[in-house]
Design a protein around this ligand. Structure first.
Ligand SMILES: C[S@@+](CC[C@H](N)C(=O)[O-])C[C@H]1O[C@@H](n2cnc3c(N)ncnc32)[C@H](O)[C@@H]1O
Length: 262
Protein backbone atom coordinates (compact mmCIF):
# COMPACT_ATOMS: atom_id res chain seq x y z
CA UNK A 1 0.00 0.00 0.00
CA UNK A 2 1.18 3.54 -0.79
CA UNK A 3 1.97 5.94 2.07
CA UNK A 4 -0.85 8.13 3.35
CA UNK A 5 -0.91 11.69 1.88
CA UNK A 6 -0.21 14.58 4.27
CA UNK A 7 -2.85 17.33 4.67
CA UNK A 8 -0.78 19.50 2.29
CA UNK A 9 -1.60 17.06 -0.56
CA UNK A 10 -5.32 16.96 0.24
CA UNK A 11 -7.69 19.32 -1.66
CA UNK A 12 -9.36 22.15 0.29
CA UNK A 13 -12.86 20.67 -0.12
CA UNK A 14 -11.73 17.30 1.30
CA UNK A 15 -10.41 19.03 4.42
CA UNK A 16 -13.57 21.16 4.78
CA UNK A 17 -15.84 18.16 4.28
CA UNK A 18 -13.77 16.18 6.80
CA UNK A 19 -14.33 18.86 9.44
CA UNK A 20 -18.09 18.82 8.63
CA UNK A 21 -18.41 15.05 8.83
CA UNK A 22 -16.34 14.81 11.99
CA UNK A 23 -18.64 17.43 13.54
CA UNK A 24 -21.87 15.75 12.35
CA UNK A 25 -20.91 12.10 12.94
CA UNK A 26 -23.00 11.86 16.12
CA UNK A 27 -26.16 12.52 14.06
CA UNK A 28 -25.52 9.44 11.90
CA UNK A 29 -25.08 6.82 14.62
CA UNK A 30 -28.76 5.77 14.86
CA UNK A 31 -29.23 5.40 11.08
CA UNK A 32 -25.93 3.50 10.92
CA UNK A 33 -27.08 1.10 13.62
CA UNK A 34 -30.39 0.58 11.84
CA UNK A 35 -28.56 -0.01 8.53
CA UNK A 36 -26.29 -2.61 10.09
CA UNK A 37 -29.27 -4.56 11.47
CA UNK A 38 -31.61 -4.20 8.52
CA UNK A 39 -32.09 -5.42 4.99
CA UNK A 40 -30.51 -3.37 2.15
CA UNK A 41 -32.41 -0.23 1.19
CA UNK A 42 -31.23 2.81 -0.68
CA UNK A 43 -31.18 6.58 -0.61
CA UNK A 44 -33.29 9.04 1.28
CA UNK A 45 -36.57 7.24 0.42
CA UNK A 46 -35.29 3.84 1.64
CA UNK A 47 -36.14 2.05 -1.60
CA UNK A 48 -35.64 -1.70 -1.14
CA UNK A 49 -32.78 -3.62 -2.76
CA UNK A 50 -35.39 -6.12 -4.03
CA UNK A 51 -36.53 -3.29 -6.33
CA UNK A 52 -33.27 -1.56 -7.29
CA UNK A 53 -30.81 -4.50 -7.44
CA UNK A 54 -27.70 -2.43 -6.76
CA UNK A 55 -25.73 -5.34 -5.25
CA UNK A 56 -24.81 -8.67 -6.86
CA UNK A 57 -26.97 -11.30 -5.16
CA UNK A 58 -24.04 -13.60 -4.44
CA UNK A 59 -20.75 -11.86 -3.66
CA UNK A 60 -18.86 -14.96 -2.51
CA UNK A 61 -15.18 -14.64 -3.30
CA UNK A 62 -15.56 -11.03 -4.48
CA UNK A 63 -13.33 -8.16 -3.34
CA UNK A 64 -15.47 -5.05 -2.87
CA UNK A 65 -14.76 -1.46 -1.88
CA UNK A 66 -17.13 1.20 -0.53
CA UNK A 67 -15.98 4.71 -1.43
CA UNK A 68 -17.07 7.04 1.38
CA UNK A 69 -18.43 4.29 3.63
CA UNK A 70 -19.55 6.43 6.61
CA UNK A 71 -20.89 4.02 9.24
CA UNK A 72 -20.32 1.19 6.72
CA UNK A 73 -23.75 -0.41 6.62
CA UNK A 74 -23.43 -0.91 2.84
CA UNK A 75 -20.10 -2.64 3.50
CA UNK A 76 -21.91 -4.86 6.01
CA UNK A 77 -24.56 -5.80 3.40
CA UNK A 78 -21.81 -6.78 0.94
CA UNK A 79 -19.96 -8.77 3.60
CA UNK A 80 -23.24 -10.57 4.41
CA UNK A 81 -23.44 -11.59 0.72
CA UNK A 82 -19.99 -13.15 0.91
CA UNK A 83 -17.61 -10.37 -0.19
CA UNK A 84 -14.41 -9.36 1.52
CA UNK A 85 -14.79 -5.63 1.92
CA UNK A 86 -12.68 -2.49 2.23
CA UNK A 87 -14.38 0.75 3.27
CA UNK A 88 -12.64 4.10 2.93
CA UNK A 89 -13.91 7.29 4.53
CA UNK A 90 -12.67 10.84 5.00
CA UNK A 91 -13.97 11.14 8.60
CA UNK A 92 -12.30 9.37 11.54
CA UNK A 93 -15.43 9.95 13.62
CA UNK A 94 -17.68 8.22 11.10
CA UNK A 95 -15.15 5.37 10.99
CA UNK A 96 -15.21 5.13 14.79
CA UNK A 97 -18.93 4.26 14.57
CA UNK A 98 -18.22 1.81 11.73
CA UNK A 99 -15.47 0.11 13.76
CA UNK A 100 -17.66 -0.18 16.86
CA UNK A 101 -20.50 -1.71 14.82
CA UNK A 102 -18.14 -4.14 13.08
CA UNK A 103 -16.91 -5.19 16.50
CA UNK A 104 -20.41 -5.60 17.94
CA UNK A 105 -21.52 -7.67 14.92
CA UNK A 106 -18.25 -9.68 14.95
CA UNK A 107 -17.66 -8.73 11.32
CA UNK A 108 -14.29 -8.27 9.65
CA UNK A 109 -14.08 -5.17 7.47
CA UNK A 110 -10.96 -3.29 6.47
CA UNK A 111 -11.74 0.35 7.27
CA UNK A 112 -9.34 3.01 5.99
CA UNK A 113 -9.19 6.70 6.75
CA UNK A 114 -8.58 8.63 3.52
CA UNK A 115 -9.82 10.36 0.41
CA UNK A 116 -11.72 8.17 -2.10
CA UNK A 117 -10.04 10.15 -4.89
CA UNK A 118 -6.67 8.54 -4.03
CA UNK A 119 -7.06 5.07 -2.55
CA UNK A 120 -3.89 3.31 -1.36
CA UNK A 121 -4.54 0.06 -3.26
CA UNK A 122 -2.90 -1.27 -6.45
CA UNK A 123 -4.64 -1.26 -9.84
CA UNK A 124 -7.32 -3.91 -10.43
CA UNK A 125 -7.61 -4.84 -6.73
CA UNK A 126 -11.44 -5.05 -6.69
CA UNK A 127 -14.36 -6.76 -8.47
CA UNK A 128 -16.99 -4.31 -7.27
CA UNK A 129 -17.06 -0.69 -6.05
CA UNK A 130 -19.99 1.23 -4.62
CA UNK A 131 -20.86 4.60 -3.15
CA UNK A 132 -24.16 5.70 -1.69
CA UNK A 133 -23.89 9.44 -1.00
CA UNK A 134 -20.14 9.05 -0.27
CA UNK A 135 -17.64 9.82 -3.04
CA UNK A 136 -20.80 9.91 -5.20
CA UNK A 137 -21.52 13.47 -4.05
CA UNK A 138 -18.59 14.62 -1.87
CA UNK A 139 -15.64 13.86 -4.15
CA UNK A 140 -14.71 15.43 -7.48
CA UNK A 141 -16.00 13.15 -10.26
CA UNK A 142 -13.04 14.08 -12.47
CA UNK A 143 -10.83 12.51 -9.77
CA UNK A 144 -12.83 9.75 -8.14
CA UNK A 145 -14.36 8.17 -11.28
CA UNK A 146 -10.90 7.52 -12.85
CA UNK A 147 -9.73 6.28 -9.43
CA UNK A 148 -12.64 3.81 -9.18
CA UNK A 149 -11.82 2.64 -12.74
CA UNK A 150 -8.16 2.09 -11.74
CA UNK A 151 -9.16 0.09 -8.66
CA UNK A 152 -11.45 -2.28 -10.58
CA UNK A 153 -10.40 -5.29 -12.63
CA UNK A 154 -11.60 -5.31 -16.27
CA UNK A 155 -15.29 -6.28 -16.19
CA UNK A 156 -15.60 -5.02 -12.61
CA UNK A 157 -18.61 -2.88 -11.71
CA UNK A 158 -19.07 0.54 -10.12
CA UNK A 159 -22.48 1.48 -8.71
CA UNK A 160 -23.20 4.87 -7.20
CA UNK A 161 -26.21 6.75 -5.88
CA UNK A 162 -26.53 10.47 -5.12
CA UNK A 163 -28.53 13.60 -5.81
CA UNK A 164 -30.11 13.89 -9.24
CA UNK A 165 -28.84 16.94 -11.20
CA UNK A 166 -32.43 18.20 -11.40
CA UNK A 167 -32.54 18.40 -7.60
CA UNK A 168 -29.16 20.13 -7.60
CA UNK A 169 -30.46 22.97 -9.80
CA UNK A 170 -33.71 23.37 -7.83
CA UNK A 171 -32.09 24.20 -4.48
CA UNK A 172 -30.64 27.38 -3.06
CA UNK A 173 -27.63 25.78 -1.42
CA UNK A 174 -27.15 28.56 1.10
CA UNK A 175 -30.72 28.45 2.43
CA UNK A 176 -32.00 25.68 4.65
CA UNK A 177 -35.09 25.24 2.44
CA UNK A 178 -36.38 22.37 0.29
CA UNK A 179 -36.05 22.01 -3.49
CA UNK A 180 -38.37 24.31 -5.40
CA UNK A 181 -40.33 23.93 -8.64
CA UNK A 182 -38.23 26.73 -10.13
CA UNK A 183 -34.75 26.27 -11.52
CA UNK A 184 -32.41 28.27 -9.29
CA UNK A 185 -28.98 27.28 -10.61
CA UNK A 186 -27.54 26.74 -14.10
CA UNK A 187 -27.63 23.13 -15.34
CA UNK A 188 -24.83 23.44 -17.87
CA UNK A 189 -21.47 23.90 -16.19
CA UNK A 190 -22.65 22.19 -12.99
CA UNK A 191 -19.64 20.70 -11.19
CA UNK A 192 -18.43 21.99 -7.81
CA UNK A 193 -21.07 23.34 -5.41
CA UNK A 194 -19.66 25.34 -2.50
CA UNK A 195 -22.09 26.35 0.23
CA UNK A 196 -22.23 27.16 3.92
CA UNK A 197 -23.76 24.96 6.58
CA UNK A 198 -26.34 26.68 8.87
CA UNK A 199 -23.47 27.39 11.33
CA UNK A 200 -21.51 29.18 8.54
CA UNK A 201 -18.84 26.53 8.02
CA UNK A 202 -17.98 25.54 4.42
CA UNK A 203 -19.07 22.35 2.62
CA UNK A 204 -18.59 21.25 -0.98
CA UNK A 205 -20.58 18.79 -3.05
CA UNK A 206 -20.28 17.79 -6.70
CA UNK A 207 -22.64 16.87 -9.51
CA UNK A 208 -22.61 16.99 -13.33
CA UNK A 209 -25.16 17.35 -16.13
CA UNK A 210 -26.27 13.89 -17.27
CA UNK A 211 -24.53 14.20 -20.67
CA UNK A 212 -21.31 15.19 -18.88
CA UNK A 213 -21.47 12.15 -16.58
CA UNK A 214 -21.84 10.01 -19.71
CA UNK A 215 -18.95 11.75 -21.48
CA UNK A 216 -16.75 11.22 -18.41
CA UNK A 217 -17.64 7.50 -18.14
CA UNK A 218 -16.83 6.85 -21.77
CA UNK A 219 -13.59 8.88 -21.63
CA UNK A 220 -12.43 6.98 -18.52
CA UNK A 221 -13.42 3.55 -19.88
CA UNK A 222 -16.75 2.64 -18.28
CA UNK A 223 -19.84 1.43 -20.11
CA UNK A 224 -23.25 2.24 -18.65
CA UNK A 225 -25.22 -0.86 -17.62
CA UNK A 226 -28.18 1.06 -16.24
CA UNK A 227 -29.21 4.58 -15.22
CA UNK A 228 -32.00 4.96 -12.65
CA UNK A 229 -33.91 8.09 -11.66
CA UNK A 230 -35.45 7.56 -8.23
CA UNK A 231 -38.71 8.97 -6.95
CA UNK A 232 -41.00 8.57 -3.95
CA UNK A 233 -43.92 6.17 -4.04
CA UNK A 234 -46.41 8.55 -2.47
CA UNK A 235 -47.10 12.25 -2.64
CA UNK A 236 -47.10 13.84 0.84
CA UNK A 237 -45.54 16.66 2.86
CA UNK A 238 -42.69 14.65 4.38
CA UNK A 239 -39.33 16.42 3.95
CA UNK A 240 -36.07 14.43 3.95
CA UNK A 241 -32.94 16.57 3.88
CA UNK A 242 -33.61 19.13 1.13
CA UNK A 243 -36.44 17.36 -0.72
CA UNK A 244 -40.14 16.93 0.02
CA UNK A 245 -42.02 13.80 -1.00
CA UNK A 246 -44.33 16.05 -3.03
CA UNK A 247 -41.36 17.21 -5.10
CA UNK A 248 -39.79 13.76 -5.37
CA UNK A 249 -43.05 12.27 -6.59
CA UNK A 250 -43.02 14.58 -9.62
CA UNK A 251 -39.26 14.84 -10.20
CA UNK A 252 -36.29 12.51 -9.71
CA UNK A 253 -34.48 13.47 -6.52
CA UNK A 254 -31.80 10.79 -6.83
CA UNK A 255 -29.76 9.14 -9.57
CA UNK A 256 -28.11 5.73 -9.71
CA UNK A 257 -25.42 4.79 -12.21
CA UNK A 258 -24.45 1.16 -12.75
CA UNK A 259 -21.21 0.97 -14.76
CA UNK A 260 -18.86 -1.72 -16.02
CA UNK A 261 -15.11 -1.28 -16.57
CA UNK A 262 -14.38 -2.00 -20.23
C1 LIG B 1 -23.84 10.30 3.86
S1 LIG B 1 -22.34 9.45 4.29
C2 LIG B 1 -22.30 8.07 3.19
C3 LIG B 1 -22.40 6.79 3.95
C4 LIG B 1 -23.74 6.15 3.98
N1 LIG B 1 -24.02 5.43 2.75
C5 LIG B 1 -24.87 7.12 4.27
O1 LIG B 1 -25.61 7.49 3.33
O2 LIG B 1 -25.01 7.49 5.45
C6 LIG B 1 -21.11 10.46 3.53
C7 LIG B 1 -19.70 10.02 3.89
O3 LIG B 1 -18.82 10.40 2.84
C8 LIG B 1 -17.58 10.68 3.45
N2 LIG B 1 -16.74 11.44 2.52
C9 LIG B 1 -16.86 12.73 2.15
N3 LIG B 1 -15.89 13.06 1.27
C10 LIG B 1 -15.13 11.94 1.10
C11 LIG B 1 -13.97 11.65 0.35
N4 LIG B 1 -13.39 12.57 -0.43
N5 LIG B 1 -13.44 10.41 0.44
C12 LIG B 1 -14.00 9.47 1.25
N6 LIG B 1 -15.10 9.70 1.98
C13 LIG B 1 -15.67 10.91 1.90
C14 LIG B 1 -17.96 11.43 4.71
O4 LIG B 1 -16.91 11.47 5.64
C15 LIG B 1 -19.19 10.67 5.16
O5 LIG B 1 -18.86 9.68 6.11
Amino acid sequence: MASKPTDDDVPDYVLNNRAQWDAQAGNWVASGEEGWRGEPHWGIWHLPETELHLLPEDMSGMRAIELGCGTAYVSRWMQRRGASVVGIDNSERQLATARRLADEHSVELELLHGNAETVPYPDASFDFAISEYGAAIWADPYRWIPEAWRLLRPGGELVFLGNHPLATVAVDWNLDEPATRSLLNPYFGMHRIDYNEPDGSPSTEFNLPISEWMRLFSKVGFEVIEFLELRTKARNHEQVFFVTADWAYDYPSEQVWKLRKI
